[in-house]
Ligand binder design. Structure first.
Ligand code: ATP
Length: 499
């Protein structure tokens, strides 16, 4: 509104001056120059100030809404006690906590933890992402940091709160090591301003600010940020373990009608490696599938399909040719046979329904969560990965590009074995191991396993033919059915020519 009034007054003044016979050209030039300067110098961006998300108090999220993450929750609560009971902390001369850094993979609940921390201390909550402070104009990021702290204080005052929590997601974007960016002056100024603001936090402030940063790359952060008195608490937020996954599933299915057959424990054990965000999406996808099927409750099948969807993506519309499908079926049965030999009962589903970038896939019933692997386990994993390509080779006398992602994973594991001292090179220093030696050691490991798999599957060519025929007809085989077919418990099928 004030903009319109200013323009109106300026036009009226110019008309008045023109009527008085004043030469307006210099004024017009000056006006045009100021306009250009305002738009190009960044002042305009600067005046916008900070535009993060604000909520007066994140009352809705509490630590009880966060599944798993027991250790992270406990560490945060311990740190927050000093804020809650600041007089006791002061008496003992404890330096006030200014910053907590949450480090961990995406979707593990860092934002939720920050919101719960704000609620726990009765603080107002304001959130921003590191990328919001990155501008090409010098000084704009620093100005936004100032605005963010100012806004946090004002917000707390407005709501009569003594504490304010500022959450900065992707803090590595603005807090990366100084002097490393090409336009580094701007990044450095922004980070310096954050340091200045954090240093300025004092226990006597009428609003006590706690900054919570989140990152999945602590190694990228400037050391100055991690110095005592800034982000001096680093809390690791890990992917949830099985118990954590179960709790998260319970939280996200609490508002959904579950069929009595649904076993959340079994879903938790099938979802090793899933983050909280994946599990939330899994519960949501299962509900969507139930809705599409016109069902009133979520059934085990909906969850099964949702797991595949979250793991591999949407089903593809593109239908592979008949010839391609035969090859995919043989490839997947190759994987499945080796999987069943290594761990009987391990196949949960084999399918040739394309999903995401996979033309077919075999899903395993995972073992217990494990964080260590033995040499034998790694070799067996390699055999399983190689088996798809070998099955293709035995039945079609050629391989296809369908095995490329299996080989990438196999090479990664073989490299892991070399670095863990499991190859014929013995214990090696990964830093100084020449590339050609690494390459040779990896190739030897893969060739040995390849020979073993070929020998195994040569004796099972008839089974591959038989089972892949059924897979072609059915498109999907449950683990139970697959095991029946392998054991020949099914009525014998006539011999088919797949090649
Ligand atoms: P990013 O690093 O990508 O910002 P993040 O670690 O901050 O991710 P959140 O934004 O907290 O993750 O989580 C995303 C969503 O995933 C949440 O809104 C919630 O639905 C679900 N979620 C993640 N972790 C948990 C958990 N531990 N308990 C319950 N829900 C969770």
């Amino acid at each position: 509104m004030s903009k319109e009034i200013t323009i109106g007054v300026a036009i009226a003044t110019m008309i008045f001056l023109a009527l008085q016979g004043v030469n307006l050209l210099p004024f017009l030039l000056l006006g045009a120059l100021s306009y250009l300067f305002y738009n190009l110098s960044g002042l305009k961006v600067l005046n916008k100030g900070f535009q993060g998300q604000v909520s007066p108090r994140a009352r809705e999220i509490t630590f009880a809404d966060i599944g798993g993450q027991e250790k992270a929750k406990q560490e945060i609560i311990e740190a927050l006690e000093f804020i809650k009971d600041s007089s006791a902390a002061e008496q003992l001369g404890i330096r006030p906590l200014k910053g907590i850094l949450l480090a961990g993979p995406p979707g593990t609940g860092k934002t939720l933890l920050a919101k719960a921390a704000a609620a726990y201390t009765g603080a107002s909550f304001i959130a921003a992402a590191g990328s919001e402070f990155v501008e090409m104009y010098a000084g704009v990021g620093a100005q936004r940091i100032r605005a963010l702290f100012k806004q946090a204080r004002e917000l707390a005052k407005q709501h009569n709160r003594k504490n304010a929590t500022i959450f900065i997601d992707e803090i590595d974007v603005l807090g990366g090591k100084r002097g490393q960016h090409s336009g580094h002056l701007e990044y450095d100024q922004t980070l310096n301003q954050l340091l200045v603001e954090m240093d300025g936090i004092s226990p006597n402030d009428d609003v006590r600010i706690l900054v919570i940063g989140a990152t999945n790359r602590v190694d990228l952060l400037d050391e100055a940020l991690l110095r005592p008195g800034r982000f001096d608490r680093i809390i690791q937020v890990e992917l949830p373990d099985r118990e954590g996954r179960l709790q998260i599933l319970k939280i996200h299915t609490a508002n959904k009608p579950l069929d009595p057959e649904v076993n959340l424990e079994s879903i938790a054990s099938q979802t090793f490696g899933f983050s909280g965000a994946h599990l939330e999406s899994l519960a949501n996808e299962a509900a969507i599938l139930a809705f599409r099927a016109g069902e009133k409750t979520l059934k085990p099948g909906h969850f099964n399909e949702a797991i595949d969807k979250v793991m591999l993506g949407e089903k593809m519309d593109r239908q592979p040719s008949e010839k391609e499908l035969k090859r995919v079926a043989v490839h997947e049965i190759g994987h499945a046979l080796v999987s069943e030999r290594i761990r009987p009962g391990s196949v949960s589903i084999v399918t040739i329904v394309p999903r995401g970038s996979a033309l077919g896939y075999m899903r395993e019933v995972p073992e217990d969560d494990s964080y260590l692997q033995t040499r034998r386990q790694l070799e067996e994993r390699l055999q399983l990965l190689i088996a798809g390509a070998i099955a293709e080779e035995l039945l079609f006398h050629s391989r296809s590009t369908g095995a490329s992602s299996d080989f990438i994973e196999a090479a990664r594991l073989a490299k892991k074995m070399v670095f863990a001292g499991m190859s014929d090179l013995g214990i090696v220093d990964p830093e100084s191991l020449p590339r050609h030696l690494l390459h040779r050691a990896v190739a030897r490991i893969l060739q040995t396993q390849e020979a073993l798999v070929r020998k195994e599957l040569q004796d099972k060519v008839e089974i591959i033919r038989r089972v892949s025929k059924e897979l072609l007809q059915e498109e999907k085989l449950a683990g139970e059915r697959l095991r029946q077919l392998i054991a020949g418990e099914d009525k014998p099928l006539e011999r088919v020519h797949l090649a």
